[in-house]
Design a protein around this ligand. Sequence first.
Ligand code: SF4
Length: 366
Amino acid sequence: MRIPTADRIIETRSLTRRFAGKTGLFRATTFVSAVNEVSLEIRRGETFSIVGESGCGKSTLARLLVRLLQPSEGSVLYEGNDISTLSEGDVRRLRKDLQFVFQDPFSSLNPRMTVGALIEEPMRVHTRLSRTERRRKVAELLSKVGLRPAFANRYPHEFSGGQRQRIGIARALASGPKIIVGDEPVSALDVSVQAQVINLLEDLKSEFDLTLILIAHDLAVIRHMSDRVAVMYLGEIVELAPNDALFDKPLHPYTRALMRAIPIASPHGRTMDATLTGDVPSPLAPPSGCRFHPRCPHATDLCSAQKPAATEAGDGRMVACHHWQKIAEIPEVFAQEPPRNQTAAKRFALFRERSQQKEPTTAASK
Ligand code: SF4
């Protein structure tokens, strides 16, 4: 189901990114398709998550969406305009609208700049605010992310991981963006601090009217935050669905395998679809047909011969599998469990509960 043009903030068409593999004196250059012919649409104001095992191409896709990387083929449309072929100067101007929060809050902040200078920098580049106005806005943003305005004069190393991620978020907000991409924004943080940063992102999203694109491998984080979720395998989207539909009844065998990683309340009563076999194939030589076929318990001759097309599966869902209708009928624990299985629900409740706790103190908090 297509998103109406007016509601669409990002659209990709057959987006592909290849990287050169290892070369030798007598070897031809090989290429790895980190992202292969991805077409998707992101709705203005939603939290759109991309999930998959490490190396599946989700971070590359996120970087392509905001032009931190240039596609090898295909296009990215931002508010209807193709941004895949923009010049460097135009990309710099675009950065005002499209910001990124990185996984490692320490390496993404210049240690030689004060927190105030780090947050002020995007305003200097993208706005016409006077120095006094910028300083006032730095203080405002620090308060918004739960830090004291006085911290503006300190350096990143004086803060805890959670505080540094808050500084990264304040910096991302400084230019007044429309989209923020979070690439594993909480995975480097303690669980209690993760909850605080997740809640902060949710609050800021509604306050600043943002569209969030979230990359994560933690299904609890994805379940907690997303409106829609795209599942990636070896550079391709194999399933895309609204959050509840995906977690309650995943259709693609790979998504079902991912969901099995979530513990359930009563494992004794669990019925299981056949489990995955084999290792993740090398992206240098992806399998023919469906890239998942060497590991799929439902694979047939058709699967290795022909690539499955992305098919609409009702209720705004898309799945790329020849046999998804048959697989959907196999009774599996997801269909039998209550909409949110207890263990996962408890985990999400913990997120909220822990968000009331104080962050570990450092020299900068005193
Ligand atoms: Fe499995 Fe075939 Fe579906 Fe691929 S197309 S996920 S191999 S059943």
